[in-house]
Design a protein. Structure first.
Lengths: 413, 413
DNA sequence: CCCATTTACGTCAAGGGCTGAAATAAAAAA
DNA sequence: TTTTTTATTTCAGCCCTTGACGTAAATGGG
């Protein structure tokens, strides 16, 4: 693809790396003194003075008084990150709507907008116009609410694969081929609100659930998560060593058309027994006996009806979820065989209906450790906790990651 | 796992990176002048003078006369890598034998040894003793043949997963739990022949086939390959961005127990419809009607018999391979859905019998691009070209990668 | 109340790296 | 032989980290 541009390294890169190292330590481990931070990062004390001064100068870090309960000697001055210094415009674009928010890097959303975009199918320019307008509005609101805030950029979740070059493929928008939506947006925004970054919505949801999981477990080393969701379709994403892995074509971790049954029914994609044929909304609602509802009121209504049926304990619905759990269990085995991830997280209605999937999952995954006592354990899939906002949270997480990776991108005050 | 040691960066790391950048350019693109190299790497001319002098001082690079056919002006002095400056001990350890060789980094093997090791099952110390002895012998031969050669280390392919910490799990050797074989070997070698690096044999085979593929295609940007092999069992490996990805537990890309059939037969691992139940040597020879041969003469003989049957065109053998091709096709779809690799490479008898697998593969993979014109193409699996020596070649490739990543590890002359 | 002790942090010279401009080297053309 | 052209080397300037040393700011004993 790209002609291997891999740039040379310079002293400036060393600085970037070490600034990032210090800022990430403070962000992940809470307030700590210069000395503690130096010890934790392996940097010399002298370097830490300079690095801390740099971060303070950019408004990213501040002194938070002396640490309590010290013994003798000069008390430690604690450093902490400044919550509101940096924000980003985060968004989610769907076929019909634009969800936008300005969030600080802790993830607190603000200035939320949720508007329909009546842009004609297949016209990327019109969508870019609507998006640019909404982004400008959100950015302006964020700037007005917190004067002096640095906007780290515009991070958008889009339905469809995004390549390393930023091209978006999306049949959702009626685009037959690749569209450089980021470039269209940049043209219209002209550098306001910083760089424009697009990513696949399921990948961002994976990142958000990954972050949620690591925060809940108290930080620690970066791990890996495979995310598997179903709502309007079956999708997924992959986070390895804390970073989204989308593959060269942007479709890594997309399990919808992974075959799980050799002699399964034929799929529109040309293969047979694809996962989507078992876990997709059409298949699942039909299996639960809601084909009539689906035909009459649409797929979304049928999914809602299935949810009600499950809570009511209707036998056909329960049986359908049992079967789906088994298929999901097989898919989880395939994922863990190939990817060796620490965790598998479910999203969409797979998360919502996790209690009813557990029996089927268990029947496929129980006893699976038997072979090779020391071999990798197969993680039980965990229900995601972020719901429909996962990809929006993922956009914020990506913004956070971007700033933490290069604190020097934030201007000096 | 590890407590996130991520070290700080210093000017020395810049040097390491840029030395590597220059040496890799020369290794991958053949001889080129300082000016050309500077342009290709993005380094300043002045820096290149110093970097080239450093590499020359370590004996890794030499001047190769002026470039032919220049126009006016001072002719370009070409730089080229020195083939014999660095070698490594590469090896493959199986249940019964030790294969060892000393190879220069271009991959030319030398001083090949292939000896049985009659070490009692389950005794890592005895295996380490035998290995250390063979490694010492090979290293001594390499040093004698080329005085002054730098030995970059000992790189060994082992059957079984290797974790990031170097622990080896191997039921092949009758070890019930993890063994730090590298540490045992280091104790015995005491720094002779450099660092000891262990890696999974299938992962190394994947690396070797990846390198073979990129070299054949004329270099270029690092890509990704999924490797799928069957010989005494079903295994595989994963190379992404030119590097082995083994996952946190060392089992990424191990497809043997990936389920491909929801209602398939039960497997010893506790799951159903595992890939190994269709492509493993027992399953395949039985399907071809060679169960009798297998019972009488063993699995290896049955596999050989199946090879003869295929070449003889026996219908049952051909039918078994057709069916296996279909299963393999489904597995390839699963792999490409989850991993978005550029290529899938087959190894073991899957490579050898590729002609007979093609029909089944084709029937599963043809027309698979239909969905989403711009979506990722599904690559047709390619037969590997390295045969049984793939993992040994992979050990050499890993040695090469290690030296190219840190030329400063080679001492000044 | 003062001072020694202890701990944290700031300062600064030294060492190494990269850059880019100017100087030098080496060949072909005039 | 001189000029022109192109490649490479040299060197001053700047940035980064390190580690020793000095200073700041507390506690506790006399």
């Amino acid at each position: 693809m790209r002609p291997a541009p891999e740039p040379p390294e310079s002293p400036a890169d060393v600085r970037r790396h070490n600034l990032s190292r210090v800022l990430r330590h403070l962000a992940d481990h809470g307030p700590s003194s210069r000395g503690e931070t130096a010890a934790a990062t392996g940097l010399a004390h002298g370097s830490l003075t300079a690095l801390a001064a740099d971060l303070v100068g950019r408004g990213l870090v501040r002194e938070a008084g002396s640490a309590p309960g010290g013994g003798r000697g000069r008390p430690r001055q604690r450093l902490e990150t400044v919550p509101g210094r940096v924000a980003a415009v985060a968004g989610r674009v769907t076929r019909e709507r634009l969800h936008l928010t300005a969030a600080d890097l802790a993830g607190r959303p603000d200035h939320r907008a949720d508007l329909p975009h009546a842009t004609p199918d297949g016209d990327p320019g019109a969508l870019a116009d609507a998006l640019a307008d909404a982004v400008r509005r959100t950015a302006a609101a964020a700037r007005a609410a917190r004067p002096g805030v640095h906007l780290a950029g515009t991070f958008l979740a889009v339905p469809g694969p995004v390549t390393a070059d930023g091209l978006v493929f999306s049949t959702d928008f009626g685009w037959p081929g690749p569209v450089d939506l980021a470039a269209l947006l940049r043209e219209r925004l002209g550098g306001t609100a910083g760089p424009v970054v697009l990513a696949n919505d399921a990948n961002l949801a994976a990142l958000a659930e990954y972050r949620e999981l690591t925060v809940r477990r108290g930080g620690g080393a970066p791990g890996s998560v495979a995310y598997l969701k179903a709502d309007t379709g079956v999708g997924g994403g992959l986070v390895v060593d804390g970073r989204i892995r989308a593959g060269g074509h942007g479709v890594a971790g997309e399990p919808g058309h992974m075959p799980v049954a050799l002699d399964g029914p034929p799929c529109a994609c040309g293969a047979r027994g694809c996962l989507a044929l078992y876990l997709g909304p059409e298949a699942l609602t039909d299996a639960a006996g809601l084909a009539g509802t689906r035909a009459a009121e649409g797929t979304e209504a049928a999914v809602a009806a299935l949810g009600r049926a499950l809570r009511a304990g209707e036998p056909r619905a329960l049986a359908a979820l049992d079967a789906a759990g088994e298929v999901l269990g097989a898919a989880v085995l395939a994922v863990t065989s190939l990817l060796d991830v620490d965790d598998v997280v479910l999203g969409g209605y797979l998360a919502e209906w996790h209690p009813w999937l557990e029996r089927g999952l268990e029947s496929r995954l129980a006893g699976r450790r038997a072979l090779g006592a020391g071999a990798a354990p197969v993680p039980s899939p965990l229900p995601g906790v972020l719901g429909a906002d996962a990809s929006l949270a993922g956009a914020v997480a990506l913004a956070r990651q971007t700033v933490l990776a290069d604190p020097a991108s934030v201007p000096r005050l």
